[in-house]
Design a protein. Structure first.
Length: 458
């Protein structure tokens, strides 16, 4: 199937999603007119509008261009959406985001990073390492790179394409990677998969899509239930274990990790990872492995790793005055909360950690209620916001009060978003972390500005 669009207008349903916005940026860079709908105006959609895209925020079929040649939609769009229903009946060509990405990537040596956690930072680091080498790459990223301030990279010469391989709705099965990375296979998206066994089967199917002569970089300890393709080379990676790709002499200095990186044919000494967090060392090992396999040199990797600035909303240190540290993180699964809180403890031992958490999806809150309560209990102070519904309708008995009641914690509070600034009047936290995948990101700027102003006044 060709992606050529006779009419030069492409319409995006759910254009504000991180994966959708990368595709939108790709098509406008290729000379197409891009129009789209999203439910919420965000800093990202405002950026897209500044780049020349036409976006509206109410369901209104009169705003869909009559000359639209292709509609790209996210599976998160409800089938009851007025525009979706209209477009289905109109007969216009419609494709899921994952289908389009799969077709674009088929022309390249694709490096696809999958995993229920860690894939965004790992894929962004792979792209950065390749861009800093002689190899280069194109990239469709699941977050905004702090080095590039975008989620899209385009190259006219590189044979490599880096993509975040999203397991939601089995989207990653549209990819056929030359190098596949799997960082984790924990239970998640149980509204789609129902059981952990189904998730494992989906990841196994993903590995079966690796092209002949390709590579799988697999976190040590992950077991898949099916055979891999013939002529696929499998490598393991680990931080605190023996593996094909691993680290030695790991130490924390001035908030950043330093280590030696070992790989099957050599070793790179005295590496510094430019972003904090022990779990990011693990992500870095996977990314370095992919870059080595692709052909980057040790000298290129050594230079690039220390200048990596990370991804927005991934252990994103927004403010550090000494007395106050404010971190923003996308964590929305219990294991992600654990990793974020543990990293903060390691970086700032002995200091009080206050966490603001917005649960994402009623189904996820229901499925992992006990685990969420345990993860959040590791904080010194817990501020819970209402559940962000995203694509779901409310479920009886499933809400943030339910989570609060499961927590045996002396300092827990249920607040509305609008209560947050006032909560800190006369109460400056030591370490503050905002966590969640909903619209909690709209609080980040106001919180940062509030404490910057407060610090200046003091």
């Amino acid at each position: 199937m060709s992606l050529k669009v006779k009419e030069h207008i492409i319409y995006f349903l759910g254009i504000g999603g991180i994966g959708m916005s990368a595709l939108a940026r790709y098509f406008i860079a290729k000379g197409y007119q891009v129009h789209g709908y999203d439910r919420t105006c965000t800093p990202l959609t405002e950026s897209l509008e500044q780049e020349g895209m036409h976006i509206h925020y109410t369901e209104d079929i009169s705003l869909i261009p009559a000359e639209t040649g292709l509609v790209i939609y996210t599976p998160a769009i409800p089938r009851s959406n007025t525009e979706f229903e209209y477009l289905v009946k109109s007969g216009v060509r419609m494709m899921k985001r994952a289908e389009v990405l799969g077709m674009l990537s088929s022309e390249y040596k694709t490096i696809a990073c999958a995993g229920t956690h860690g894939k965004t930072t790992t894929s962004t680091l792979v792209a950065y390492l390749l861009q800093q080498s002689q190899l280069g790459c194109q990239a469709f990223l699941g977050g905004i790179s702090r080095n590039f301030e975008t989620n899209l990279l385009i190259s006219d010469t590189s044979p490599f394409l880096v993509a975040e391989a999203d397991e939601y709705d089995r989207s990653f099965l549209h990819l056929h990677p030359y190098i596949a990375i799997i960082t984790s296979i924990d239970s998640d998206h149980l509204d789609i998969y129902h059981t952990h066994a189904e998730i494992r089967e989906a990841f196994s199917s993903f590995t079966c899509n690796i092209v002949t002569g390709g590579y799988l970089i697999l976190k040590k300890g992950i077991e898949l239930p099916a055979q891999l393709p013939v002529d696929c080379t499998v490598y393991s990676y680990a931080v605190n274990d023996v593996a094909d790709f691993s680290v030695t002499n790991l130490r924390l200095e001035n908030g950043l990790y330093q280590f030696e990186f070992t790989y099957p044919s050599g070793k790179i000494d005295n590496l510094t990872l430019g972003i904090p967090g022990l779990y990011n060392v693990e992500n870095a090992v996977a990314a370095l492995a992919a870059a080595i396999i692709a052909g980057a040199t040790p000298e290129e990797l050594s230079k690039a790793l220390g200048s990596f600035k990370g991804v927005k909303r991934r252990f994103d240190i927004r403010l550090n005055t000494g007395d106050l540290v404010y971190i923003d993180d996308y964590a929305h699964h219990p294991e992600e909360l654990n990793a974020c809180i543990r990293s903060a403890r390691a970086m700032f031992p002995g200091r009080k950690i206050t966490g603001i958490f917005q649960p994402h999806l009623y189904s996820r809150t229901r499925d992992f209620a006990v685990e969420f309560a345990m993860s959040l209990s590791a904080l010194d102070e817990v501020l819970l916001l209402p559940v962000y519904p995203a694509r779901e309708l409310p479920m009886p008995g499933v809400d943030s009060q339910m989570l609060l009641s499961l927590m045996d914690h002396p300092d827990k509070h249920l607040l509305q978003k609008e209560d947050i600034p006032g909560y800190f009047t006369g109460n400056t936290p030591e370490i503050l972390i905002t966590m969640g995948a909903g619209d909690i990101d709209t609080l980040v700027g106001p919180i940062e500005n509030y404490f910057r102003t407060k610090t200046t006044e003091l």
